[in-house]
Design a protein around this ligand. Structure first.
Ligand SMILES: Nc1ncnc2c1ncn2[C@@H]1O[C@H](COP(=O)(O)OP(=O)(O)OP(=O)(O)O)[C@@H](O)[C@H]1O
Length: 845
């Protein structure tokens, strides 16, 4: 086993758009493919590496030079590691994975390594059996997450003698082809994207590690070898301040950078030549990659840099890191499991070595005894290892003094012992066992802590939400409290009012009860008074009726004016009879008389027609009068109904405890309404009746003038008859005519007599009705007055006063109607003398 330095290669990518936009220019100059000189503003340093790749270097070229040999080593049973180090965006992922693993040109070194591995396996001898396992993990915030089993996000790191350092519980997938490996890569890559989206973090802040383990077994000998290859894409190496670990606290930023810082420390301690302790355990990354740095591994570090002046500082840092790492020495060895034959030979060798050592020890012990006893051993007889190997040792010591346990083989390890203290083998194993336990506990505690943190976060969110809610609720509560106190006040007010109302209701009930009792008593007393007075009242009524009738009919003497006129007519007829016996009239006189008589006749006929029309008018008036009476009756009935209804409503209002004043005003409005409607109707009727009366007056005037004309004609006729002596011829004819005329006049007189009697009867009937109406009105008024007197309730009195007013108005209306009626009667009476005048006029002719 020989020491071998870490191979460090440097790769510059082309300037990116940001750098160009910011005015960055390439500042690197590569010399001989192994040195790079920075021609920046701050530094003019040169750096030498195993290889320096320029901006235009193809992926294939990188692989060919720096990686291919490592694949061969791993297939040969060595451990291998490829690191990509550099600032964010410097091309680490581009170099390791490539922009497209399916694209021949742009695929990175990992796909190429995988292809190479399977190619090597295919080319291996037939007696070699290979198994390839792949695992994919990342370290973020000092937690190991299994990208092929993302639920495992905090795996512990263990170490034991057989397996060395390993991640406990990491899923290792057996793969049999390039495609299968690619599939695993894609799976892990997707899990990484999802995890970072959920965490709202950047993938550049984590370290991703692809681990490929190749085991090969010689089917003939049984000998086995296994090589482990770590392909590491480190997190961006820039200082947190520059690009800023967005959204992270300083503590988180420290954690993110912890592995990188520890990597730097490990590299420093490995290369400064004085440190006895290498702090692998300071971070998860350095612990996992312990063998890769100064241990059993063939390691290549690719440092990715920006060529731009814009990133000069970061590039210098990266290059310095590479230079330091370059001096690390590893001790790579084949991880071989020996075949049985090899093991037997080894056992034989070890046994013979043990015998040799035992002989050597025995010789030495013999010498020691001699020396202790004060003796001397000549120098030539001193025991040496050389003599022991050759079997030339003197037998000086007793065999019982020899001990096999005195021999201790050197503990050979591939890497510096950790911890730096030199431990006994058992102690070391115990230490590792204890460490593993502690690592498990730490992982558990970390998971618990993470869960606790999540819980705290959730609870904090909940708390914030609850606080907000509480704030809202407090505000709502305050508003509601104010509302509640308002409502309480209102409630108290209502309660008070309710109590007051209850008291009012009670008192009103009592009043109502009293009123009811009083009403009942009044009714009873009224009934009693009624029944007691009924007989008297009937008699009185009759008497009053008779008196009124007498009073009313006093103006209408049937034996008055008409009889006078009748007498005049009779006198005229008698005179006519006398003249007839005095002598004959001349023919001319008679002819003239006849003519005048004919005129008189026609005039008489006209008057008869007029009387007929007047009779018809009278009948019309009669009908109107009866209509008016009916209306009056209806009005009275309505009034009574209204009175009853009002009282009932009032009682109801009392029971309901409603406002009496309100009810009264409503009632008043209603009554006023009804009264106004009726009043209007009656006014209309009165107007109509007035018009009718006027019309009748006009007709009467006309009739009067016609009558006076007739009278004059009759007078002329009479004077003519008086001046003419009685003629000789046709006397008998004239007499006959006169006789006929006299008869017809007598007949008319008799008819008029009949009509007059009928009119008088009718007038008497009407007067009777008017008297009855007046009496009933008086009675109603009296009853009302009684009721008013009986009632001492203030509200009722008010109501009664109101009703009284209504009654007064109705009485006025009734009076008006009665007046109208009497004026109609007068009109009829005026219409009556006309035929009398005419009759008297006729009697005078
Ligand atoms: N050699 C190159 N040639 C062409 N393009 C490159 C090269 N190196 C990197 N790039 C481009 O630069 C961009 C950043 O590269 P990459 O993602 O590999 O950087 P990184 O160092 O892995 O960043 P991070 O630390 O954020 O993961 C990518 O778009 C990539 O395609």
């Amino acid at each position: 086993m020989s020491g071998n330095n870490i191979k460090v290669v440097c790769r510059f990518r082309p300037q990116n758009s940001l750098e160009i936009r910011e005015g960055g220019v390439p500042i690197v100059e590569i010399t001989d493919g192994v040195a790079v000189q920075l021609k920046g503003r701050e530094a003019q340093d040169s750096f030498a590496f195993d290889k320096v790749f320029g901006m235009e270097t193809e992926q294939q070229e990188i692989f060919e030079y720096s990686i291919k040999s490592i694949v061969d080593d791993v297939v040969a049973g060595y451990n291998g590691t490829v690191f990509a180090y550099g600032q964010t965006g410097s091309g680490k992922t581009f170099t390791m994975m490539g922009s497209d693993i399916d694209d021949e040109r742009s695929k990175g070194i990992i796909p190429r390594i995988v292809e190479q591995i399977f190619q090597s396996i295919m080319m291996a001898p037939a007696n070699m059996e290979f198994t390839v396992k792949v695992s994919y993990m990342e370290i973020y915030m000092e937690k190991v997450r299994d990208l092929l089993n993302p639920s495992q996000d905090n795996l512990p790191i263990h170490e034991d003698k057989a397996k060395g350092v390993y991640v406990k519980g990491l899923l290792e997938v057996y793969v049999a082809s390039t495609e299968e490996v690619f599939e695993v890569m894609r799976r892990g890559g997707n899990a990484r994207v999802v995890a970072y989206t959920n965490m709202n973090a950047e993938s550049s802040r984590s370290h991703s590690i692809v681990q490929i383990t190749i085991t090969q077994k010689n089917l003939d000998t049984g000998a086995a070898k296994s090589g482990k290859l770590y392909l590491v894409d480190l997190a961006g190496s820039e200082k947190v301040g520059k690009t800023g670990a967005s959204g992270q606290t300083l503590e988180e930023a420290k954690k993110i950078n912890k592995s990188l810082t520890a990597l730097g420390m490990v590299i420093n301690n490995l290369t400064d030549g004085k440190s006895s302790h290498i702090p692998y355990r300071d971070s998860k990354l350095t612990r996992i990659l312990q063998e890769s740095l100064g241990g059993n591994s063939r390691t290549t570090l690719i440092i990715n840099c920006s060529p731009s002046s814009y990133n000069e500082q970061e590039t210098i840092g990266t290059l310095r890191f590479g230079i330091r790492a370059k001096t690390i020495k590893n001790k790579a060895k084949v991880n071989a499991d020996l075949s049985p034959a090899e093991l037997k030979a080894l056992l034989k060798k070890v046994k013979s070595e043990a015998v040799t050592y035992q002989q050597y020890i025995t010789a030495l012990e013999g010498e020691v005894i001699i020396w202790r006893q004060g003796g001397q051993v000549p120098e030539s007889s001193w025991a040496t290892m050389e003599k022991a190997t050759k079997g030339n040792l003197p037998q000086v010591a007793s065999p019982q003094q020899t001990t096999a346990t005195a021999f201790k083989p050197l503990v050979e390890d591939s890497r510096p012992a950790t911890p730096a203290l030199v431990l006994e083998k058992d102690e070391r194993e115990e230490f590792l066992r204890r460490e593993n336990e502690l690592m498990d506990q730490i992982a558990e505690k970390e998971t618990e802590l993470a869960n606790g943190e999540k819980l705290v976060e959730t609870i904090t969110e909940e708390l914030t939400f609850l606080k907000d809610q509480e704030k809202n609720l407090t505000a709502e509560n305050q508003a509601m409290s104010t509302e509640l106190s308002d409502v309480k006040l209102q409630l108290q007010k209502i309660e008070y009012e309710s109590k007051e109302s209850a008291i009012n209701v009670e008192s009103l009930k009592e009043t109502n009860q009293d009123l009811h009792t009083e009403l009942e008593e009044l009714k009873k007393s009224l009934e009693a008074v009624r029944s007691a007075q009924k007989v008297n009242v009937d008699e009185e009524k009759m008497k009053r009726k008779a008196d009124k009738m007498a009073e009313m009919m006093a103006g209408f003497d049937p034996s008055g004016e008409i009889s006078e006129k009748e007498k005049q007519i009779r006198d005229a007829l008698y005179k006519f009879d006398l003249e007839k016996s005095n002598g004959p009239m001349t023919m001319e006189d008679i002819a003239q008389l006849r003519q005048e008589l004919a005129e008189s006749k026609s005039m008489l006929e006209a008057h008869e027609n007029l009387i007929k029309t007047l009779n018809e008018d009278k009948e019309g008036l009669e009908t109107k009068r009866s209509d008016l009476e009916t209306r009056l009756t209806t009005l009275e009935m309505e009034y009574e109904e209204l009175l009853d209804k009002t009282i009932a409503e009032e009682e109801e209002a009392f029971n309901r405890n409603t406002d009496i004043a309100e009810t009264i005003s409503e009632l008043k409005v209603k009554l006023e309404h009804q009264y106004a409607a009726k009043k209007e109707l009656q006014h209309k009727e009165i107007e109509e009746l007035k018009k009718e009366v006027e019309r009748k007056n006009e007709e009467y005037q006309k009739l009067s003038s016609a009558m006076s004309d007739l009278k004059r004609a009759n007078e002329d006729l009479q004077s003519a008859i008086a001046s003419k002596p009685s003629s000789t011829g046709n006397m008998s004819e004239k007499e006959k005519d006169l006789e006929r005329m006299r008869k017809s006049m007598a007949q008319q007189l008799a008819d008029f007599e009949v009509m007059k009697k009928a009119l008088m009867r009718d007038l008497q009937n009407r007067c009777e009705k008017v008297v009855e109406l007046e009496i009933s009105l008086d009675e109603t008024r009296e009853q009302y007055n009684n009721a008013l007197r009986a009632s001492n309730n203030k509200a009722q009195q008010k109501k009664m006063a109101f009703l009284e007013r209504n009654l007064e108005q109705l009485t006025n209306v009734q009076k008006q109607l009665v007046e109208q009626n009497s004026s109609l009667k007068k009109e009829v009476a005026l219409a009556e003398p006309k035929p009398k005048v005419r009759s008297s006029a006729s009697s005078g002719s």
